[in-house]
Design a protein around this ligand. Sequence first.
Ligand SMILES: Cc1ncc(C[n+]2csc(CCO)c2C)c(N)n1
Length: 217
Amino acid sequence: MKFSQRAWERITPLYEKILAMPFNQELMEGTLEIEKFKFYMAQDAYYLGEFGKTLSTLSGRLHDLNHVLAFSEFASGAIVVERALHESYFKEFGIPDLVNPSPTCLLYTNYILNQAAYSNVEVGVAGVLPCFWIYKKVGDYIYENHHHEGHRYKKWIETYAGEEFAQSVKLAIDITDALAEKASPEAQEKMLDAFEMASKLEWMFWDSAYKIEKWEV
Ligand SMILES: Cc1ncc(C[n+]2csc(CCO)c2C)c(N)n1
């Protein structure tokens, strides 16, 4: 069985929970409070910057030049999305340019950066795959089930439902499978663990936005 099939089986119950989260259900209905969406967007801008650096680190550690190129393009993609957010949503909602990361956002970004820098490169790659794959699945689900007329969060919904994004996700899955095929059984287990941990952190990221998570001290 391919690594990606094993990985998705491992997180299927968690993925079902992600779909049912009030943040995603209310985003889909268009009833999500603006304050929660604004908080999410600001944290996501921070996340995207750090995610771009994580992808660049991985690009430099990969061996196959096709993989190096793909990860370098993913990295610029993440930064371009971050810039686009600043230009559209941030002007609309008045979100500050400099974002102080929430505890969960800092935990997630530090986790993936740490894996990318200090684990075997295939483990670092497995740690960024949920970001692509879960967003594709959640994006498609929301796109298929939302009402199209004058939806408040239309732009966000369309970002993750497009064909271009689908191609990137497929490439990220294929590269991870190719790396897993060459990895030892022990390294493959570590890849699964990193994939699962990053998926849990995706859940926490939405949950923390719904709660508008703050630093208590
Ligand atoms: C918390 C969080 N997780 C995943 C994404 C989705 N995402 C961000 S960058 C990228 C691909 C690289 O170009 C994808 C799929 C997000 N926006 N926020």
